[in-house]
Design a binder for this molecule. Structure first.
Ligand code: FAD
Length: 406
């Protein structure tokens, strides 16, 4: 089916959904369940699994129309990691039973989830991870520690990458599982960040039992699975922001609110503000281009270029923007961030916005780390765009249990 026909089909379905479940008078959870049943949750998933087997970019069209009509935010907004790449991983590697149990509640936000990949000794070099899963009959017994696990403190569902064979090379001995975050032996300890929030956590796993039926994919196939998961993460990056929207819009508002607009200080800030506005517009077009390429099946290095640019511009902007507020730029109302909106419920728009520029400043260093650090993006660009020699990998051919580690 060509793209025009796909768009038509999806938009017809959207209008039927809105007619039968008007967002203003429908319970948000009922709406989201109906959206899933109509195949409008993940349009690129097959029919019967929350999708219609359409091209991924049709999803952006559907989301835009639903937002415009006042539809409630789904788990893809309130719990993006689990309902985005987590759900796609279940679809690709899960059993029919897992798909039946997890896809819909992940989408509606009833089942909150997290991704347990990074460890204290393994982040950029994820394949070196040490959390061990040992087979015991129909179960696996898991021991180890994860870290930086976003949302683990409110998660029931976890996507776990663990080592099931220490005697083979590091990439070959990994397996993915769904882990029940409320199972005995799972201990979640929130980490407080300088931005005030405590959204990510240390997770300690001590003799946690996972039924083999909760394995995702074949034993030893976890590395391939996790790489797929990270590709799905890019599908989930979401819509390209509107021109001049988001953080830059709040900065423009802050400048407009000044009562000294003709002063030399305000004029100087205005000049810098315009430069940032242009940077954000270039970034937006870069993201758009990457989205178009993804939609046509080209997952090239644009993702790394976009990620690096987002981090560099975002950090520079984050550190500069509080200047617009004068001395008030140093203040915040409190240490705690508002909790994300409850599953399927619309967030209170008044909860955000008051101290966004200040919070953006202290939160900005995280963008250089989350989802692959700046240095790793530069390595990818050097390797795949500039054809520079690859980094030497001294442990590639050695079994994991023979590699020295702390
Ligand atoms: C906001 C946020 C949310 C996160 N959420 C999650 C989550 O939900 N689940 C999860 O599993 N993880 C999560 N992470 C963890 C994140 O994926 C890791 O922090 C990241 O991959 C970097 O790993 P690391 O912290 O171990 O740093 P390391 O890999 O130890 O890197 C330390 C430094 O060395 C540099 N470096 C490392 N290797 C190379 C190399 N080959 N060449 C050049 N420089 C190199 C790095 O760039 C970095 O500056 C999150 C992180 C952040 C900041």
């Amino acid at each position: 089916m060509d793209i025009a026909k796909q768009e038509q089909l999806a938009l017809e379905r959207v209008e039927i959904l809105l007619r039968d479940h008007p967002p203003a008078s429908t319970d948000p959870l009922d709406f989201l369940r109906a959206q899933f049943d109509a195949g409008l949750a993940y349009v690129y998933f097959p029919e019967g699994y929350g999708g219609l087997g359409l091209a991924p970019e049709i999803g952006e069209l559907v989301d835009a129309r639903l937002r415009e009509a006042g539809a409630p935010p789904s788990g893809r907004v309130t719990n993006a990691i689990a309902a985005g790449q987590g759900a796609a991983t279940v679809l690709t590697y899960g059993s029919e039973d897992q798909k039946e149990r997890y896809l819909k509640p992940l989408f509606t936000g009833e089942l909150m989830g997290c991704q347990l990949y990074s460890e204290p000794g393994s982040g950029s070099d994820l394949a070196s991870l040490s959390t061990l899963a040992v087979r015991d009959g129909d179960e696996w017994v898991v021991n180890g520690q994860k870290v930086w696990t976003s949302g683990a403190h409110r998660a029931k569902w976890g996507l776990l990458l663990a080592r099931t064979d220490p005697g083979v090379v590091k990439h070959a001995g990994l397996t993915q599982f769904v882990i029940d975050m409320e199972a005995p032996g799972v201990e979640v300890r929130p980490l407080r960040q300088m931005s005030g929030g405590a959204e990510f956590n240390e997770v300690f796993l001590t003799d946690v039992r996972i039924p083999d039926t909760e394995r995702l994919g074949d034993i030893g196939d976890g590395w391939r699975g996790s790489q797929h998961t990270l590709v799905f993460e890019r599908y989930n990056v979401g819509r390209v922001p509107g021109r001049g929207s988001g953080q830059i819009a709040r900065a423009v508002e802050a400048w407009q609110a000044r009562d000294d607009k003709t002063s030399p200080a305000a004029q100087a800030l205005r000049e810098e503000l315009v430069r940032f506005w242009i940077d954000f517009e270039v970034l937006r077009l870069l993201q758009w281009r990457a989205g178009e390429l993804r939609a046509s099946g080209n997952t090239g290095p644009e993702g790394s270029l976009g990620k690096l640019a987002t981090s560099l511009i975002g950090r520079r902007f984050g550190q500069w923007a509080p200047n617009l507020l004068g001395p008030a730029g140093m203040l915040m109302d409190g240490y705690d961030l508002p909790e994300p909106s409850a599953p399927g419920r619309r967030g209170d728009p008044n909860q955000r916005g008051t101290h966004d520029l200040q919070r953006g400043c202290v939160g900005s260093p995280g963008t250089a780390i989350a989802g692959g650090t700046d240095q790793i993006q530069r390595n990818i660009i050097g390797d795949r765009v500039l054809s520079l020699p690859r980094e030497p990998m001294v442990d590639r051919d050695r079994p994991w249990n023979e590699i020295p580690r702390n």
